[in-house]
Design a binder for this molecule. Structure first.
Ligand code: BEZ
Length: 252
């Protein structure tokens, strides 16, 4: 799994759109009282707790111990599990799996699908959203180019941003039927004049990893200067997010 050194205050503060947009998916999940639900990539746990409000038993899973410490502190009565999304197993199967803005961090995408199949009951629901094809394509291209200019190095972002045509067959191969899938642009407002610089600092760990420390800020500054032409509109920064949303069911 691609890792990031998460700053939980930034995640809940300036970048709380991760949680806000995740609420859109809750309608599709349609959690019911008494159900057993797994939230993969629960982060600081706000959405996990929201799902549980209907009376479902919800378990939050995340590979970041820092995120889970925060979740445990805020919601001590709930169950939080520290595990990788591509390497987990539970003794008791779930009625539904929910995942928002996590699966694109998991480099072993097939391992994640295999674990999700094994964790669901037959007929169990899958409701997931991740970065889709060309997600943050403009930002990544510009940062990659700035890295090349500043250091001469080529860099790969390492995220998994599939199209519908790539992800649906992977799900089907591992026993899911895909009931609906959408790939859509979701330009995402970033907070404040430093919004783009903060976003790159928070999320571009994979691209910037291994670069000399003194090269990082010049790369961010050069990227921000170039992105201003397309991503700064009427005084607001936008990240060029594209979402892949999938609703399915374990069929075999
Ligand atoms: C996303 O949610 O699409 C995303 C966030 C950070 C880095 C890459 C993708």
């Amino acid at each position: 799994m691609t890792t990031n050194n998460w700053n939980t205050s930034l995640y809940d503060g300036k970048h709380n759109f991760v949680t806000k947009y995740g609420e859109d998916l809750l309608g599709l999940l349609n959690a019911q009282s008494g159900e057993r639900i797994l939230d993969i990539g629960c982060g600081t746990g706000h959405l996990t707790a929201k799902i549980a409000e209907c009376g479902a038993t919800v378990i939050g899973l995340d590979n970041s111990a820092q995120m889970l410490d925060k979740a445990r502190e805020t919601y001590p009565h709930m169950t939080w599990v520290n595990a990788s999304a591509s390497d987990f197993a539970f003794g008791q199967p779930f009625d539904a799996i929910y995942s928002n803005a996590t699966l694109h961090w998991v480099s072993d995408a097939e391992g994640a699908v295999r674990c999700m199949t094994a964790a669901l009951k037959l007929g169990g629901r899958l409701v997931v959203e991740l970065g889709g094809k060309r997600n943050i394509g403009t930002i990544a291209d510009v940062v990659r180019q700035a890295i090349k200019v500043q250091t001469g190095r080529d860099s790969q972002h390492g995220w998994f941003f599939p199209s519908i045509g790539e992800y649906a067959p992977l799900l089907e191969k591992h026993g899911f039927e895909v009931n609906a899938a959408w790939l859509f642009d979701r330009p995402t407002k970033l907070e404040g004049e430093d919004g783009m610089a903060n976003w790159i600092r928070m999320f571009s760990g994979g691209l910037l990893r291994g670069l000399p420390a003194d090269a990082i800020e010049p790369i961010i500054a050069a990227s921000v200067a170039q992105l201003r032409a397309t991503q700064y509109v009427d005084g607001v920064w936008y990240a060029d997010y594209r979402r892949l949303r999938v609703v399915g069911r374990r069929a075999t």
